[in-house]
Design a protein around this ligand. Structure first.
Ligand code: GLU
Length: 405
């Protein structure tokens, strides 16, 4: 796989060509403040002990405590975590929340573990890193394959070790243990608000045909929200397969089929296609909501969508970015498009620290306003510099971070 950290740095290189920033500031931003690897011994159900590798990258805290999720994946490694932590730094700045950027992970296929093993592993990650975490130091959250339940185990472990009762060290917790209403759907909803405020500028019709890659927490909610708002979701995919119906998918039935069979494949109301075919379908909007590098030099030339909304982190390589820019296909960049998740995480942190409980309506209203502001500011920067939306978002973020550095 193309190294995501190199991709992130190539994006930074490009941004500093568009706009002047202090050399010292940019040199600092090329490296994380800290990158930490830990060994996590876990007692397995058969009595043996297995050692897992865990990470936390504290990239930059000029704007506030480090903030960012924890990823569990068999391919997760330090360069991916560094790239994701860098993007978190910019993302928090674009969303205009007082937080810095961090990211964590464990190299593991969580499906290969029992629930007890998963809990012991998650608690082990916290034990290995508790010194550097805290509501005013570093505030982790869920990412790929990490759930509210895992956040609850982690918050509990942290409270046991440190005595901290605020619960504000981890966000994305279940509601019953201090989570915020609206956090579960926040990334998908935030992405929709961003899309909606930019739709006219990027010349998309009022009713769009939408293709979504990924049907997990982010893609699943996004599909539902787009449909509820009058758009037609014509294709979705999971890690194994993809399904397509040019007239639109009945998402409730898709959901029920996936629950029953474990896969999207062979859903009665659609045609089976491959993940690669899904990305190349003609549509108004393509929404990659899974992993890095899925649109790259090999397939970018074949993209037939009119615009792309990046709900995943880093789904386009820099080469793909160039190709789509030349083809006049606007790309709403990840650091804006998926910033709804961390924005509601910030709301959760604030509620925990103030011991408040906001209604879902309040959360969504605040989220909408913040996404609209961020979209507007990004567009201004992109237009001012006559550059892509991604570069607009980079410039907006870099200016905000530089001011506080
Ligand atoms: N993992 C999510 C992201 O990539 C959310 C981070 C957070 O809530 O801190 O933005």
């Amino acid at each position: 796989m193309q190294n995501p950290y190199q991709n992130a740095m190539a994006q930074l290189d490009k941004a500093v060509k568009v706009k002047n920033f202090s050399d010292n500031f940019i040199a600092h931003l090329r490296q994380p403040n800290r990158d930490i690897r830990i060994s996590i011994p876990v007692k397995m159900d058969d009595g043996s002990v297995k050692i897992f590798e865990g990470y936390r990258v504290q990239y930059n805290n000029a704007l506030g405590p480090y903030k960012g999720g924890i990823r569990y994946h068999s391919l997760t490694e330090i360069n991916e975590v560094k790239a994701l932590a860098f993007w978190m730094t910019l993302k928090c700045a674009v969303a205009d929340i007082p937080m810095g950027g961090g990211k964590g992970g464990i190299t593991v296929d969580p499906k290969s573990l029992s629930k007890g093993e998963l809990e012991r592993l998650s608690r082990g990650w916290v034990r290995g890193l508790s010194d550097i975490l805290g509501p005013h130091k570093d505030v982790p959250a869920p990412d790929v394959n990490t759930t509210p339940e895992i956040m609850a185990w982690m918050a509990d472990e942290y409270a046991k070790i440190t005595g901290d009762k605020t619960g504000a060290t981890f966000t994305g917790k279940p509601i019953a243990t201090g989570g915020s209403l609206g956090r579960g759907s926040a990334t998908g909803l935030g992405g929709f608000y961003v899309f909606d405020s930019l739709r006219k500028q990027i010349k998309l019709p009022e009713k769009c045909k939408v293709v979504i890659q990924g049907f997990g927490n982010v893609g699943g909610h996004a599909a539902r929200i787009f449909k509820e708002n009058g758009h037609t979701v014509i294709a979705v995919s999971d890690s194994k397969s993809a399904i397509f119906n040019k007239d639109g998918l009945d998402l409730e039935k898709v959901e029920a089929h996936k629950k029953k069979t474990g896969v999207l494949k062979d859903f009665a109301g659609a045609k089976n296609i491959t993940n690669a075919e899904l990305l190349e379908l003609p549509s108004d909007l393509l929404v990659p909501a899974a992993f890095e590098n899925v649109i790259n030099a090999n397939n970018a030339g074949n993209i037939k969508a009119k615009a792309v909304l990046e709900l995943a982190n880093g789904p386009l390589t820099p080469e793909a970015d160039e190709i789509l820019f030349k083809k006049n296909i606007p790309v709403i960049p990840d650091i804006l498009a998926n910033s709804g998740g961390v924005t509601v995480s910030y709301f959760e942190w604030e509620q925990n620290l103030k011991n408040e409980h906001w209604t879902e309506k309040e959360v969504f209203k605040k989220l909408k306003k913040m996404m609209e502001n961020a979209s507007e500011k990004m567009l201004e920067k992109a237009q001012e510099s006559k550059t892509s939306l991604r570069m607009g978002a980079f410039i907006l973020a870099l200016e905000r971070i530089q001011k506080k550095s």
